[in-house]
Design a protein. Structure first.
Lengths: 184, 412
């Protein structure tokens, strides 16, 4: 399997296939990145597209100094920050925290979302990048421009805080697993 | 959580589970984890958190390749062309003759336009200067006050026109000096006059002519040396230059120093503070009139009104002093007589000489006696003490010496 970095270099040389491969690999993860951080599904899709557009526009300037994955999430973080700076979105975000949307997700997801919302923003971002984007400590440190030790301590604090908040969910999971075991 | 017996920190345990621990330390952690029940619980808790977080799944993304890819490629090509064009434009070595000619024409046009613009702007700038007064030049003298009924008015709209009373009584805007800055002028002038008496009388005339007055004056007339006059003169700022020219004619100018202190900002600040204080006073008076509360409150308002009034009066006095300093320049004048010492060659008369000699003789006798008396008074106690101490030993010695002399005489 060709590495992301090779694909990017090929794309730089004008290979359409290389770009399509990169798009296929990261379309889902980038959409998930935005979807978990924004309320609006369409907006999450748009921003995922915009991330790739930014990649296309800046392809000539790409230098393989860091992983393509880090590069992509770096662009995504910037787009997200720009999106959050828009006043209308800020208001919508606040409203959404107070009142969930009509098409509510499952109860477990709601629990997780609410628990994550209670975390400190810095700790939440580190945790989400680790758990959902599966980035290493070093990659998170590079993206957020913080030391690796800070990443580790923030991650630990976030998980410990989450442990208390997710206790009912964890118990529920435990019961579900036990019930599943008994049935088996 | 206290973990005295643990060799692995909780954060390290978490990093181990995330696969982020160095190999050597990871081995130690794995070994510890096998035996430590507490760490096993912590590890399980962390795993559960990760498992529960994965429950938040997002739907499939419908996004397709973002745009017409060829369009983007076109953009990239266009961008590349633009970059190349700029690179060529900025690289002077590759300029053709036409490019040089074009650049030269553009530069010439720019210079012409700029010079035309500046020449158009010049009259406007001059006008502005006339309106606001000179910037880097010493300011012209303020106009002569025509009326003194609480209002000063100038003739040519230069400096020193202050109509503060009117401006404070009408409108909320703080009045600025009508035109130009407010300057407090001070001059030091030292003159050596050949004819001191004439200079003194001329000084009064000059002051009268220029509507000035004497702030302070002192004349020293020591015998055997030059006379001097020191004065602090207050002259209308508008008349300062002409008065100064007249004063220089009194004699030779030894020193002249002029100083101009701008007090516009100070005056404006003072006006603003005064206006605020007056507003406060007005509000307090209104409050006092409308509200009838407790006696202590009424007294507190009274006290505050009194305090604010005091401040207003102090500021008004300060403002008046400032205006006075601007309107009237201070001229510190020192006039020193050009002194010529007289040579006395006439000898004294015979009688005077005899009398003087007698007086000198008497004075020397008295002085000698007085000196002896003083010497005795100062040395007598010491002499008495030594006499008492040495009297008996000397007498005893003397007697012994005499006896020996007596004994030697019979033997002989």
């Amino acid at each position: 399997m060709t590495s992301d970095e090779s694909l990017m270099l090929e794309f730089q040389r004008g290979s359409r296939e290389a770009f399509e491969e990169l798009f296929a690999r990261y379309r889902g993860p980038l959409y998930g990145f935005f979807r978990r951080r924004l309320e609006n599904r369409e907006r999450a899709e748009d921003l995922a597209q915009e991330t790739f557009l930014a990649v296309i526009r800046a392809a000539q300037r790409y230098e393989p100094r860091s992983l393509v994955r880090t590069y992509l999430y770096g662009i995504a973080l910037k787009l997200l920050a720009a999106e959050r700076r828009k006043p209308a979105n800020r208001e919508a975000e606040l409203e959404s925290v107070a009142e969930p949307a009509a098409n509510d997700p499952p109860e477990t997801t709601l629990w997780i979302r609410r628990a994550l919302e209670k975390l400190e923003p810095g700790e939440r971002e580190v945790l989400m990048l680790r758990e959902y984007e599966q980035l290493s400590y070093a990659e998170i440190a590079e993206l957020l421009r913080i030391p690796v030790n800070t990443v580790r301590s923030r991650l630990f604090r976030a998980r410990m805080a989450l442990k208390d908040q997710l206790r009912p969910t964890l118990k529920l999971d435990e019961q579900t697993r036990m019930a599943g075991g008994e049935e088996a | 959580m206290s973990r005295p017996s643990h060799t692995i920190e909780p954060e390290e345990l978490m990093a181990y589970l995330d696969g982020e621990l160095a190999a050597e330390r990871a081995l130690e952690t794995a070994s510890h984890l096998e035996h430590c029940r507490e760490c096993q619980q912590l590890a399980e808790g962390l795993r559960q958190i990760s498992r529960s977080l994965t429950a938040w799944e997002v739907e499939e993304c419908d996004a397709r390749v973002p745009v017409d890819f060829s369009g983007v490629q076109m953009d990239r090509k266009k961008e590349k062309k633009e970059v190349e064009l700029w690179r060529r434009l900025l690289s002077v070595r590759h300029w053709s003759k036409q490019s040089w000619a074009l650049a030269g024409t553009a530069t010439a046009l720019f210079v012409i336009i700029m010079s035309f613009g500046v020449s158009r702007l010049q009259p406007a700038r001059m006008e502005f200067r006339q309106m606001s007064g000179p910037i880097n030049q010493p300011p012209p003298p303020p106009p002569l006050p025509q009326e003194r009924n609480g209002k000063l008015s100038g003739s040519s709209g230069t400096i020193g026109v202050i109509d503060a009373e009117d401006s404070l009584s009408t409108g909320d805007e703080i009045s600025l000096p009508a035109s130009g800055p407010m300057i407090v002028r001070t001059v030091d002038l030292n003159i050596t006059a050949k004819e001191f008496d004439q200079a003194r009388s001329s000084l009064d005339e000059i002051l009268k002519r220029h509507q000035g007055h004497i702030g302070e004056l002192s004349v020293n007339t020591p015998s055997g040396s030059a006379r001097s006059l020191t004065a602090a003169l207050r002259i209308p700022a508008s008349q300062l230059d002409s008065a100064l020219a007249d004063l220089k004619r009194l004699g030779r100018v030894d020193k002249e120093a002029q100083n101009g202190e701008e007090v516009t900002q100070q005056y404006v600040d003072l006006e603003a503070r005064l206006k605020n204080a007056r507003n406060t006073e007005g509000r307090l008076i209104e409050l006092q009139r409308e509200r009838t509360g407790k006696l202590s409150d009424v007294l507190a308002v009274e006290k505050e009104i009194s305090r604010v009034r005091g401040e207003i009066e102090q500021m008004e006095a300060e403002r008046k002093g400032l205006r006075n300093r601007v309107d009237f320049a201070t001229l510190n004048l020192t006039v020193i007589e050009d002194y010529k010492a007289e040579l006395k060659v006439v000898p004294p008369s015979m009688g005077t000489q005899v009398r003087n000699a007698a007086v000198d003789g008497y004075r020397s006798v008295v002085d000698g006696l007085f000196s002896l008396l003083l010497w005795l008074l100062s040395w007598l106690p010491t002499l008495l003490v030594w006499t008492l101490v040495l009297f008996y030993p000397v007498r005893m010695g003397w007697r012994k010496l005499r006896q020996r002399m007596v004994q030697k005489v019979p033997e002989a």
